[in-house]
Design a protein around this ligand. Structure first.
Ligand code: PMV
Length: 332
């Protein structure tokens, strides 16, 4: 099944309306506590395992989408009219192509992102989730968020988790065509939780997450163990969220991040997203925890570190990491 057939199935029986001038949406970025790493179907971004994330509140993408007045697609990112040669333009238009109502229909997409693009901070997750939300609004599809997560996923896998605030569980499913692969909100709140972003380097990375995960799946021997790790970490994280057991959340989340990077290091070519500053920051987190501070780290496809900590330890964490940008995922 290709993307077009998949979309036709999701949108089967859905009425398209063209009476809205413009659609406005917002999607928060998210960070995975247990990671999505490896696709069982590349065009459909069907993952090998489940993953669990927490959304980043005000760090995300605000999008406005309308029909273009010019006979070409217009893509504006952070107030800049993006050139057709730009990677961001290409990815956005390739995605919009999937939903173009006719050959002579062109889109005007205007996105403002509060996360640095391409730095392993899930800028594509909130970007594609906000576009999926805007399409739903513009054409009045009235799709439930769970169904929209299937469409957002086609832009970027982790985008399927960016349609909600709070904790989100993305189910890998078993169906070969991804009928049972979707994300959904975990009905649980943890108001004391904070997420701090430690930006060490915001430049574009050498390997995109898709390239890196495909190399890993193809060549890492360690990767054979990855599904087993995910079964354990997903169950542990769900339980920790349910019990509000911070230390258990820390243990399973760190295990997921460390194991993911281990599979990458083990691949051919070996992929190492970390910088010296990444390792130093991780050591500081471990030291803080030894000193009794409730904090843990996670790292995605980039050198930056995300710190998860509880309100009570805000001062100790910001004393050691004065430059973090902290958000409260359960502030609303
Ligand atoms: O959604 P993608 O294709 O950018 O992949 C995201 C991969 C990680 O950020 C490393 C892990 C995750 O689950 O978000």
């Amino acid at each position: 099944m290709n993307k077009e057939q998949y979309i036709a199935r999701v949108l089967h029986g859905v009425e398209w309306r063209f009476d809205k001038d413009v659609a406005i949406s917002y999607a928060p970025s998210n960070i995975a506590l247990s990671k999505y790493w490896g696709k069982r179907n590349k065009p459909l971004n069907l993952p090998i395992t489940d993953s669990i994330s927490v959304s980043l509140d005000t760090l995300g993408a605000a999008t406005s989408l309308k029909m273009s007045r010019e006979s070409k697609d217009i893509v504006i990112l952070n107030d800049i009219d993006i050139s057709q040669d730009d990677n961001f333009y290409k990815r956005a238009v390739q995605y919009l192509d999937l939903f173009r109502p006719g050959e002579d229909y062109f889109f005007h997409l205007d996105t403002t992102s509060t996360v640095p693009v391409g730095a392993g901070l899930a800028s594509s997750a909130c970007g594609f989730a906000s576009i999926a939300l805007a399409l739903n609004e513009l054409f009045s599809w009235n799709l439930p968020l769970v169904e929209l997560s299937k469409l957002a996923r086609l832009g970027s896998g982790s985008a399927s988790r960016s349609l909600w605030h709070g904790f989100v569980h993305w189910q890998s499913g078993n169906d070969i065509d991804g009928r049972d692969c979707y994300a959904d909100k975990i009905e649980s709140s943890w108001p004391e939780l904070s997420v701090g972003i430690l930006l060490l380097d915001a430049s574009q990375k050498k390997y995109s997450s898709t390239e890196a995960m495909n190399i890993t799946v193809r060549s890492s021997k360690l990767f054979k163990k990855w599904p087993e790790v995910c079964t354990r970490t997903n169950a542990g994280i769900l339980n920790a969220i349910h019990e509000k057991d911070f230390m258990s959340l820390a243990r399973f989340s760190e295990e997921s991040a460390i194991a993911m990077h281990a599979t990458m290091l083990d691949s051919e070519p070996s992929i190492d997203y970390s910088l010296p500053g990444t390792h130093k920051a991780i050591e500081k987190v471990k030291q803080l925890r030894q000193d009794g501070v409730e904090v843990f780290f996670t790292q995605d496809a980039g050198p930056n570190i995300k710190l998860i900590f509880t309100e009570k330890y805000q001062e100790q964490v910001t004393e050691v990491f004065p430059n973090i940008k902290a958000v409260k995922p359960f502030s609303r």
